[in-house]
Design a protein. Structure first.
Length: 152
């Protein structure tokens, strides 16, 4: 736990970003400071932080650093909560509270199902791998799928 110096920094990050990230993780996880307080303490504007926050390599580095502070007890507790949520939402009539908890904690499942459904409808979520070249081809494909008797 806390072995942040063993995590290699992506070469695309500046020394300033790497230094900030290491201090940020300690202040955020160990000390429980807010982003605004961390930025004040480390003398960096929140605007700069949110600019860096949009960089995938920076976010991935932060997540890797944060993972070094997670204890086995925390992972165990998290897994117990996940199991509880799955158990509660699997009931015949789950409460709204449990459904909301599921959506919050299992958002990746919701996203995957939405992506799968969009593909079934012929809506390509990845523009770079589109099978259609024009809007008209996409429109024709969607209309064809909507008129198909096998669509549910």
């Amino acid at each position: 736990m806390g072995k942040i110096n063993e995590i290699p920094a992506p070469p695309s990050l500046s020394e300033n970003m790497v230094s900030f990230a290491k201090k940020y993780v300690k202040l955020r996880i160990v000390d429980g400071l807010s982003i605004g307080d961390i930025c004040k303490e480390l003398k960096i504007s929140t605007q700069t932080f949110y600019k860096w926050d949009k960089i995938d390599a920076f976010n991935e580095y932060l997540k890797a650093l944060e993972a070094t502070y997670v204890s086995a007890d925390e992972v165990d507790a998290y897994n117990r909560v996940r199991q509880y949520i799955l158990k509660m939402v699997s009931k015949d009539s789950p409460s709204d509270k449990h459904v909301d908890m599921f959506i919050k904690h299992f958002s990746y499942v919701v996203e995957a199902e939405n992506h799968k459904r969009m593909q079934q409808l012929g809506i390509n979520t990845n523009a770079t791998s589109s099978n259609f070249k024009t809007v008209e081809e996409r429109k024709a494909s969607l209309l064809g799928r909507l008129q198909s008797p096998t669509m549910k």
